[in-house]
Each structure stands twice: as structure tokens, then as C-alpha cells.
Design a protein around this ligand. Structure first.
Ligand SMILES: [Zn+2]
Length: 269
């Protein structure tokens, strides 16, 4: 970029008017058309935000519903302790893609470091996007991932992405970040203050190991019992009968025991 034409870098996405940002200024309102834009290293893009509909107590309730749901360990809402809660407008890169058939898709990538990369799975209905407002600055997280880096990352997952992007924008979404303790570990979960959706990368899941153990025990027990009549058959004519007898005497209590164990595990886990 030559010094002779510095203004070509900062043209409003909406009206093409020349923008004159102050030193270090990234969030801008166009003086001509009042569009809100963000100055990325590579280009000027629209800057939106999503308005929250949940306050902290409603966000806590949304978190508790998720914790008592099927994804997480039983009674996580009662057994865990929320230790920290913070609110901020978190930046996401918003890419509107169009495939050959004209079908549109929205792709989101985090525009700053986050412990919950699942935020890229948020739903952002276009009707929810509003012009960014200066009053949000104190609560909004500045982007640290350049647009091109996010686009590269998206293209690695789906190579057609780059050619098909018809619009890029920066969106600040309202998020409550919760830290909670469970069994001596700290976990992070995020509640979207617009939709109430809870997102987490790592959380106490319903453990599969106890179920697998019960299943394995059952298989081993019955395999073992089934060999008694077969082995019995090798000895003499009565051997098979004795084998069946052993099988029913041991097998029925074993089956009852395994059913009780399975019931206990499903109660506990
Ligand atoms: Zn403008």
C-alpha cells in the first residue's frame, strides 16, 4: 500500500465513503451512512452485535437445565458448584457462504482465544444482528484472530469455503462464562445470553465405563456357564444333564445379580 493512496484501505463497506479512523481505532461508525464497521488488517467489514435477552439469573437457570439434562452426569446441577461467572460480548467472524446452487450457509469462527471453541456452533439468525454500539465497548472483547487466519482455518475444514464467501462480518455475541467445580476439577461452560443455549467443550459426561463393565461381566458369565453342559458331554451320557443342572443353578442367580448391578449403575451414573 503506497502512501499516495492511503484512503483506499478504509472505505465504508456500505457506501464506499472514506473512513478516517483515529490511531488504533478499530470499531467505527461511518460518518456518511452510519454503518458500523470493523477495520481488520485485510479489509473493512460490517460490525454487528446480538442483544442479550437473558440476565445473570436466567443464564444460571439455563446452565442448571443443561446440567440436569441427558448429556451430563446425573444430578450435575446439584453436585457441582459455580465458582465464577462473567459476562462479555465475545467476537465471532461471520462468513456468509453461497454454494453453486445459490444456497446460503453461515459459518462462524471465534475471533479471539476461547476455552469453549463450541461457540462456533451458535445459531445467529440474520434478524438478530444489530449495528454495533459504542456503549458496548467496556464489555466487548477485542478480536485477536485476523479475518484471513479465520478464513484459512475454515477453509482447512471445507476447501470450497474461500471462493464461496459472499460476506464477511464481525459479530459480538453476549455470553455468560461459568466456571464450576465437580469432583475436584474445574470446568467451563458458556451460556448464550441471546438464545439461552449452553455450550461446553469438556464437561462431566455420563460415564460409559460402568455400563461396559456390566455388559462385559454378563457376557463372560454366560459364556462360562454355557461351557458346562458342553464340557459335561465329554465325560458320559449323564455329563450333559449335570452340565445343564450346574448352568441353571449358577446361571439364574448370576442373571439376577447382573440385573441388580445394571439397575444400580443406571441409578448412580
Ligand atoms: Zn458508509
Amino acid at each position: 500500500m503506497s502512501d499516495a493512496q492511503p484512503t483506499t484501505r478504509f472505505q465504508c463497506t456500505q457506501c464506499g465513503g472514506n473512513l478516517k479512523p483515529d490511531q488504533g481505532q478499530l470499531f467505527l461508525t461511518c460518518p456518511f451512512c452510519a454503518s458500523t464497521v470493523y477495520l481488520d488488517k485485510s479489509k473493512v467489514v460490517f460490525h454487528w452485535y446480538v442483544a442479550p435477552t437473558l440476565d445473570e439469573s436466567k443464564a444460571r437457570a439455563a446452565l442448571a437445565r443443561w446440567m440436569s439434562g441427558n448429556q451430563t452426569v446425573k444430578d450435575l446441577d446439584k453436585k457441582s458448584q459455580v465458582t465464577e461467572v462473567a459476562f462479555e460480548y465475545f467476537p465471532l467472524w461471520f462468513f456468509r457462504q453461497q454454494d453453486a446452487g445459490g444456497k446460503e450457509r453461515i459459518l462462524l469462527e471465534p475471533a479471539a482465544a476461547t476455552a469453549v471453541t463450541e461457540v462456533s456452533h451458535l445459531q445467529l439468525p440474520p434478524g438478530d444482528l444489530r449495528k454495533y454500539e459504542d456503549r458496548l465497548d467496556a464489555q466487548s472483547h477485542a478480536p485477536s484472530v485476523p479475518l484471513n487466519a479465520a478464513l484459512e482455518w475454515a477453509a482447512q475444514q471445507s476447501p470450497a469455503v474461500k471462493q464461496n464467501v459472499v460476506e464477511s462480518a464481525l459479530v459480538h455475541v453476549p455470553l455468560f462464562t461459568f466456571k464450576y467445580d465437580f469432583n475436584g476439577r474445574t470446568y467451563t461452560a458458556v451460556v448464550d445470553a441471546a438464545s439461552g443455549k449452553t455450550l461446553a467443550n469438556i464437561f462431566p459426561e455420563k460415564a460409559e465405563a460402568p455400563y461396559q463393565l456390566v455388559g462385559g461381566l454378563a457376557a463372560a458369565t454366560f459364556l462360562c456357564l454355557a461351557t458346562f453342559p458342553v464340557l459335561g458331554g465329554f465325560f458320559d451320557d449323564g455329563g450333559t444333564m449335570i452340565g445343564f443342572a450346574v448352568c441353571s443353578v449358577l446361571g439364574i442367580p448370576a442373571a439376577l445379580g447382573l440385573m441388580a448391578l445394571a439397575a444400580y449403575v443406571s441409578q448412580k451414573v
